[in-house]
Design a protein around this ligand. Structure first.
Ligand code: PGA
Length: 259
């Protein structure tokens, strides 16, 4: 059975002072034994600077910390960048890549993603790979074409089915991110089914059945249950709601109680 995953994406939010009150409150809301479930996984994608401070709250690895980006080289003259080797040096083995905000504001392209996928594969790191269409692309009925193109980068960089075991996919329609306008459960399900079908074609049915597909874009404690009942939605990548410990705790409660 594939894993259910709730992944926080704090983006460029938070502070050192926020970590303790956030986790104290979050742990108060949830059933702590749910963090030991092998079928349900909780991730926190933190700004680089807070990863080390957040380590005090991961309960011997029951919670996974993730970076929100990395460079494609192991080291070198890349002023201001963080390499995946440095992340590993700090015990971080998971990275979100391809987020639409990085594509939009930081010139993340299929070419740079290809390089990042290669280095992350080489280092045996886990990838949360984000894909999604803009409002203009949706209105031009180009959603599936855009997703196919973004998926091709993943398939080309990681051609072996065994490589896919380290990948979690997040479908994040850009028009739903931070807007309060989440995709409807039917809309999200239709796209997730398409993504799973595309993976089955590129690899095989077994790989498509095993990979966890997350939905992202204005997911919150009010809409998560209706999205969770969709057969191809396995979890969520959460921005705004993941900064609120009570709300995010309620989301984890719902997800961790869903088989
Ligand atoms: P949101 O962000 O939940 O605030 O819409 C999701 C994301 O960008 O990962």
């Amino acid at each position: 059975m594939r894993k259910r995953i709730l992944a926080a994406n704090w983006k460029m939010n938070g502070s050192k002072a926020m970590l303790k009150p956030f986790f104290d409150q979050f742990f108060k809301i949830i059933d702590m034994s749910s963090l030991s479930s092998p079928q349900h996984k909780l991730y926190f994608g933190m700004p680089y600077l807070y990863l080390e401070g957040a380590r005090s709250y991961i309960l011997n690895g029951k919670i996974t910390l993730s970076a929100q980006n990395c460079h494609w080289a192991e080291s070198g003259a890349f002023t201001g960048e963080i390499s995946p080797v440095m992340l590993q040096d700090f015990g971080i083995n998971t990275v979100i890549i391809g987020h639409s905000e990085r594509r939009q504001f930081f010139n993340e392209t299929e070419e740079t993603l290809d390089k990042k996928l290669h280095i992350l594969k080489k280092l045996n790191m886990q990838v949360i790979y984000c894909i999604g269409e803009s409002l203009e692309q949706k209105e031009a009925k180009e959603t599936l074409k855009v997703l196919q193109m973004q998926l091709k980068t993943l398939f080309t960089a990681l051609p072996n089915k065994s490589d896919l075991e380290r990948v979690v996919l997040a479908y994040e329609p850009i028009w739903a991110i931070g807007t309060g306008l989440a995709a409807t459960p039917e809309q999200a399900q239709e796209v997730h089914r398409f993504i799973r079908g595309t993976i089955a074609e590129a690899y095989d049915i077994d790989s498509a059945e095993k990979i966890s597909l997350l939905y992202g874009g204005s997911s919150n404690a009010s809409n998560i249950v209706s999205l969770l009942v969709q057969p191809d939605i396995d979890g969520f990548l959460v921005g705004g709601a993941a900064l609120k410990p009570e709300e995010f705790g309620r989301m984890w409660r719902d997800l961790s109680q869903t088989p």
